[in-house]
Design a protein around this ligand. Structure first.
Ligand SMILES: [Zn+2]
Length: 477
């Protein structure tokens, strides 16, 4: 499948897409637009943004096409060996997982608007993009310049293309650093002074090195941190196999405040390069873009990542202790002040992400896989450290998980992990049964307030509730 993405009429915010499919052997072929995007486990029904959808044979003859689900089309190929779908997509939303076009910028999350043909999803594909001479393309590896304005980008398969967001703009600011032989690009769109780039590069390099030290390798040859700074308040990032897309704002706020958000987001998203992009729950391997992909372990994907995102900033010296404690207190408060009496466990709330994971819950129903998940990760970490006299920690769990299920950067197929796999690895590292931990912290619904406090003593911390019952983190000494 080969794709062209451009915009005939930028001011009306429509992106045009052409998708050509070759080597067709059948009388009918089915075309699918993803119903959701990895990173946000809810149906988003991107097809509602398509205004016109037509399919042509190699002679330009229009083929009979009918919809068979809300986002799937059946095409009568009429003997054609290759066909081209031509359609447009309304792109006027800016968040880290959306697409947007106007006269200045083309911002695309291909998963929003690229169809695939059933039976062709694993085939290599190409994307062709037009740009003016002063525009750059942020977020994509292996850009092949065909001429001054035409760029071709190869992808291993549709999954790779769908996981590769990009920005085409003449306003991009670019910097990079290297760790080993991996190049890490930093791209900013929007209002950010170049004077900050040096500091950003230095700090990003520190937490990147710390994360690579944990896993022993980086799964990609090149990576992109692409950040769009908006004039309005925003805090959103999405992980991808060789990049992250982040949206932050407002640009008018004190840079130091915006910078804390940028660091927190970037460290979290980079950790996902291992934990979920490669180290994947079995239920999400491969992604099924047509429907819900239920999985019970988002407390590993998001909870462990939330815990490590801040921890890595602290360990690498980017966050001092005060800043680190502030971040930790923030997720303690989000959980204990708002969801301590929820009726669901982490596993139940992971499953129900597809139901109401990203909207306000009815009272006392769900927990956050991010916040309670991070607390559960910390309890596991402190428990392993306690019983092993600090010779082992959750680091060993993640390293082993990576070696067994994720370390396939060189092309060997990924092997998804199950809830049982994760439990067995935790127990292997702990060298004891962790039935109690999984029953209480992962499958249970009782408050973790006292248990967390018991473990926080080991690092001279405690949580207390003030007169209004709100949680506060304090040092013991
Ligand atoms: Zn995340």
């Amino acid at each position: 499948m080969n794709y062209k993405i451009y915009s005939k009429n930028k001011n009306f915010h429509f992106i045009d897409i052409e998708c050509s499919i070759e080597n067709i052997q059948t009388d009918e072929i089915e075309l699918q637009l993803p119903a959701w995007r990895p990173g946000r486990y809810e149906l988003q029904n991107f097809a509602k943004n398509i205004q016109v959808f037509e399919v042509f044979d190699e002679n330009g003859q229009k083929l009979q096409t009918s919809k068979i689900t809300k986002d799937r089309w059946k095409v009568q190929t009429n003997g054609a060996k290759s066909i081209t779908a031509k359609y447009n997509y309304y792109a006027y939303v800016i968040n880290a997982g959306s697409s947007f076009v106007d006269e200045n910028i083309l911002y695309v999350n291909p998963v929003n608007l690229c169809i695939y043909a059933e039976g062709h999803i694993n085939e290599p594909c190409f994307l062709e993009l037009h740009k003016t001479e002063n525009q750059e393309i942020a977020g994509l590896n292996n850009q092949q310049k065909l001429n001054d304005t035409l760029v071709k980008i190869p992808f291993h398969d549709f999954y790779h293309l769908a996981d590769s967001p990009f920005i085409v703009s003449s306003n991009l600011k670019h910097d990079f650093y290297e760790v080993g032989d991996v190049k890490f690009n930093i791209w900013f769109e929007g209002n950010l002074s170049r004077e900050h780039l040096g500091r950003i590069r230095t700090d990003f390099k520190k937490f990147t090195e710390e994360q690579i030290k944990l896993f022993g390798e980086f799964p990609e040859k090149e990576y992109h941190f692409t950040t769009w700074i908006l004039p309005v308040p925003y805090y959103h990032g999405v992980e991808h196999r060789s990049s992250t897309m982040q949206v932050l704002g407002p640009d008018s706020q004190n840079f130091e405040e915006l910078y804390i958000d940028l660091l927190g987001l970037a460290s979290h998203e980079l950790f996902h390069t291992w934990n979920i992009c490669k180290l994947r729950p079995a239920e999400l391997l491969p992604y099924d873009y047509t429907k819900e992909n239920y999985f019970p372990t988002c407390f590993v994907a998001e909870g462990v990542t939330t815990y490590y995102g801040d921890l890595m900033l602290h360990r690498s010296g980017v966050f001092d202790q005060k800043q680190y404690f502030k971040e930790v207190e923030a997720y303690y408060k989000r959980h204990f002040d708002h969801a301590d009496h929820a009726s669901q466990s982490l596993v139940e709330s992971s499953w129900d992400l597809w139901l109401d994971g990203y909207t306000q819950s009815i009272p006392d129903r769900k927990v956050s896989v991010y916040h309670k998940g991070a607390i559960a990760a910390q309890i596991l970490d402190l428990h392993i450290q306690r019983i092993s006299h600090k010779t082992r920690s959750i680091d060993n769990v993640m390293k082993l998980l990576w070696e067994r299920f994720g370390a396939s950067a060189n092309g060997t197929p990924l092997k998804g992990y199950t809830m049982q796999d994760y439990k067995h690895i935790c127990e292997e590292v702990a060298e004891e049964s962790l039935d109690w931990y999984f029953e209480k912290c992962i499958l249970g619904t009782e408050s973790l307030f006292d248990l967390l406090n018991e473990y926080l003593q080991d690092i001279d911390l405690q949580i207390v509730r003030n007169e209004e019952g709100l949680v506060k983190l304090e040092t013991l000494s």
